[in-house]
Design a protein around this ligand. Sequence first.
Ligand SMILES: C[S@@+](CC[C@H](N)C(=O)[O-])C[C@H]1O[C@@H](n2cnc3c(N)ncnc32)[C@H](O)[C@@H]1O
Length: 274
Amino acid sequence: MLALKTSSERNVFLLYPMFDFSANQIMESIGSLYDDHGWGVGKDDSLVNRKEKESFDQHHSSPLYGEIMPAGLQHILDKNHMNAASATCLIDLGSGKGKLALQAFLTFPNLQWVTGIELSYERFKISKAAICKLYYLNQKYFALNEGKDFIQLVLLRDGKRKLTIFNGNFFDYEMLVRGADIILCETELRESNQSKFVQLVKNMRRDARLLMYDSLGSFPEMKHVMTVGNHQYGQLLNVKTKQTNVFLQEIKPHDRYRASWSEKAKFGIWKVLY
Ligand SMILES: C[S@@+](CC[C@H](N)C(=O)[O-])C[C@H]1O[C@@H](n2cnc3c(N)ncnc32)[C@H](O)[C@@H]1O
């Protein structure tokens, strides 16, 4: 097991991989990479300045902020929910300050590609600083690639696994979404973007698992929702093309997960049947 020293001042060590870590240990280790050490409360859009607000409006997107707590993410990614242990590629649509992507990357050595996409440059900059800190404290384990709108950490073992964060609109990264087994979208979707989101879902691979903040079941494009036992099954209709070729199953519909704005946040987790 390799030990990653994350903060010499606080002498916090991060053992990789972290799958046996408690939620508190994850909070301390990943928190030490951030100046504020903490997880953000809900509705915090204070980082988004006026210029950024305009950009959000142009993209019909919402800057609403909040983070899934480490305990919530452990629950979401376990065998009974999104089953990250059986996946290769995970993507966080609206990755905020990058804590969720970091936790997934450091917990599941089987995930070869972990990607976050964040529209706010200010939030992207914070995730970039945390990843740089991890890199500079552990240079012999990692390589770092950087560009104007992305940062990529490569772990030089376990098959050169990659953690990449892009600064951009996730609707422009359809090809990456197509390749993912696990897609998290804990992002408020404006009504004007719902049809575009349906298009994204229609291109997801079979067996992909999708976590939604908004209820997919309430989309006007979601037709013929039927309940069998505890599970809902729904068919997605694309209003423009009238195609109806995506069936989804809701996994564990009544579960709750810890998030920064609620002890018991509700998300929908869906699986693409075909
Ligand atoms: C509720 S936060 C989730 C943060 C992160 N997933 C976590 O749990 O730590 C939602 C994020 O989505 C971002 N966002 C909203 N619309 C977006 C879009 N179209 N493309 C990229 N990011 C977007 C917001 O700026 C915000 O940071």
